[in-house]
Design a protein around this ligand. Structure first.
Ligand SMILES: O=C(O)Cc1cc(O)ccc1O
Ligand SMILES: [Fe+2]
Length: 482
């Protein structure tokens, strides 16, 4: 695979970065050179690397992980990552970003109430300058990064590029869902342009900078403290469909032309704390790399949905894009599920999502358009959380409309993209989430209008009236009157 040494080092200007090259495929072993001949001809760490480069390995799994799950890459760079001044803690980190949900600290809350947030505000630049890292706050999560178990869900709002700040997360992998504002990602592996409607994954330890290609940016992050994302099994669906492997794109090798003299602050997240170290050169100094541990992006428009073509509403697992598997077969630490534009054709079927209580917990967000089960209130840039076993489903308007709908096929909307982070582990909400000014305290009202349509059959009606006249109240069991 080719690489690029185009030296443009900051986002902005006239470039839309639409011409960036990508490698295609999911989980491949890739070789990429920004300068031909930069990769060693044999082996990973020759006595002297080509072009005077340093060899450096980044491991995404234990050295001894089974071959089918082993992930690592070799980077050939101008100077190794170890050349930096000591790390010092960044003060703003403690309260907003959380990576330990285990010990009940940090004012964490579990609630059976259905939660909803209106869109999160992006601060005005005049009030506060926030980049991707400074504008990130944790909504909820479970487990602990230090135990390598569980996950965290964050929201980011930004009005500034990271410029000469680089970020690496030692705690877990980030799956980022931009909702507003196209982004240019500079990473050690090369660059990715990611617009709302696309998602990207940056794995543990990989250094990257997020630059804004618009004025502001907002989005959602699913961080997994254990394992990595994989494509779900397809079972009887066969070899194709849902997210196809060929549609995932990873960067090609690229380095910053002015990188040798460009100072950087490297922000490092470890156990939820942010540390910063200064260095007098760019971390984007990788001339070539090879391996299977590299960031990637995916356009949700490439998702090929499967659905019912005769009757009934299948479970939303049919829309799983990526999964982080747990030890229990078929049960995810976290799934990333989308609700893409599609035809709804099932006959004699209540077509929107059914009413349900799920043993898994469901955090949802909306990228654009409207969501099938909630036409108002659940808005782009907002969120909802239905913790395990908390009842939820379509609002009153949706129910009344869909249960009287014609049998004709209808398109649920060309402009819609909702998503769900579904998890087996109880989400504990942070103070930032509970105290957010955008909490929708009236959310429960969207269901209170659901009327009882059931009427007692005639005989039972008479019996009940008689009993009422005699001053006795009927005892009920399973809807029957005795
Ligand atoms: O709650 C939700 O809106 C998500 C969801 C969608 C669906 O089609 C079926 C079940 C489900 O949890
Ligand atoms: Fe649900």
């Amino acid at each position: 695979m080719k690489g690029s040494k185009d030296g443009t080092s900051l986002a902005g200007g006239s470039s839309s970065y639409d011409d960036l090259e990508y490698g295609k495929g999911f989980g491949n072993h890739v070789s990429s050179e920004a300068i031909k001949g930069a990769l060693p001809v044999r082996g990973n760490n020759p006595k002297k690397c080509p072009l005077g480069l340093y060899a450096e390995q980044i491991s995404g799994t234990a050295f001894t992980a089974p071959r089918k799950s082993n992930q690592r890459s070799w980077l050939y760079r101008m100077r190794p990552s170890v050349t930096h001044e000591p790390f010092h803690p960044l003060p703003f980190s403690n309260s907003k970003i959380i990576a330990n949900f285990g010990d009940g600290g940090s004012h964490l809350v579990t609630t059976p109430n259905q939660m909803r947030w209106l869109p999160f505000d992006v601060p005005h630049k005049e009030n506060a300058t926030v980049d991707f890292v400074r504008g990130m706050f944790t909504m909820c999560g479970a487990g602990a990064a230090s135990h390598k178990s569980g996950y965290a869900i964050h929201v980011y709002t930004a009005n500034d590029s990271m410029r000469s700040t680089s970020f690496a997360n030692a705690d877990g992998d980030f799956l980022v869902v931009p909702q507003e504002g196209p982004l240019l990602l500079r990473t050690e592996f090369g660059r990715l342009k990611v617009s709302p409607g696309e998602i990207f994954v940056v794995q543990r330890g990989i250094r990257f900078s997020v630059d804004l290609l618009g004025e502001t940016a907002r989005g959602y992050i699913l961080e997994i403290f254990e394992g990595h994302f994989s494509l779900p099994d397809l079972g009887p669906i066969g070899a194709n469909g849902l997210a196809n492997p060929q549609d995932f794109k990873s960067p090609v090798a690229w380095f910053e032309r002015d990188g040798q003299t460009r100072p950087y602050d490297v922000v490092h997240k470890l156990d939820g704390q942010l540390f910063s170290a200064h260095q007098d050169f760019s971390p984007y100094n990788v001339v070539a790399w090879h391996g299977n541990y590299a960031p990637y992006k995916y356009d949700l428009a490439d998702f090929c949905p499967m659905n019912a073509v005769n009757f009934d509403h299948p479970d939303p697992s049919i829309f799983t894009v990526l999964t982080c598997a747990s030890q229990e077969p078929g049960t995810a630490v976290a799934d990333f599920v989308v609700f893409p534009p599609r035809w709804s054709v099932a006959e004699n079927t209540f077509r929107p999502p059914y009413y349900h209580r799920n043993c898994m917990s469901e955090f949802m967000g909306l990228i654009h358009g409207e969501y099938e089960a909630k036409k108002g209130g659940f808005l782009p840039g907002g969120a909802s959380l239905h913790s395990c076993m908390s009842p939820h489903g379509p609002d009153t308007t949706t129910f009344e409309k869909a249960s009287n709908q014609s049998e004709e096929p209808h398109h649920i909307g060309r402009d819609t993209m909702a998503f769900m982070f579904e998890t087996n582990l109880f989400p504990k909400l942070t103070a930032a989430a509970m105290a957010a000014p955008t909490v929708d305290r009236d959310y429960y009202k969207c269901w209170v209008g659901l009327r009882q349509h059931f009427v007692l059959p005639d005989d039972d009606n008479k019996q009940e009236q008689q009993q009422q006249q005699q001053g006795r109240s009927p005892s009920r069991s399973n809807g029957l009157i005795f």
